[in-house]
Ligand binder design. Sequence first.
Ligand SMILES: [Zn+2]
Length: 176
Amino acid sequence: MRGFLKRFWRHPFWQDVTSRTIAILLSSAILVLGAVFLALFTPFLSWLAEDVRVSRWSYYLLLLSLLACVLCLLHRIVKTRLRKPPPAFWEYKKDKFGPIVWRWGYRDTDDDIHDMAPFCPKCDTQLVLQDEWEDTLLVCGTHGIVHRTEESYGDIQTFVRHAIEKKIRSGEYPKD
Ligand SMILES: [Zn+2]
């Protein structure tokens, strides 16, 4: 009996009837929805098209604020267009001075070198600054003391900064 029913429903005639019914139901549903939408939307459209009375001062205030918005937008666009690209040497942010690899960045406002940080030449881990008596130590977590000097860390940074600036001035910094 089940097999018979299956074969009966799988007959092309019934499949045709089902697909047609579904199509009719779907299109009428779309029509109904469209009619409901129009019925709700038409009053809104005519409401939108109606005139409103406003006083002159509020009208000009609106106009002025619109103008201010447009000017702000224009100013922003012009500012971003006119911003000059960063100088080529800004790509130069890493170098080895003595036993230490240094990394740094540049500041937008004055092209100054800042955020200088020392790294281990063997494993590229950032070094830790330690003091021992009069000495300054730069220590790697894996490889131990990388550099020991009597100079203060501030002095080391100044020496390296001057070395970087000299390379930038003379154009001998690595370019890639
Ligand atoms: Zn290391």
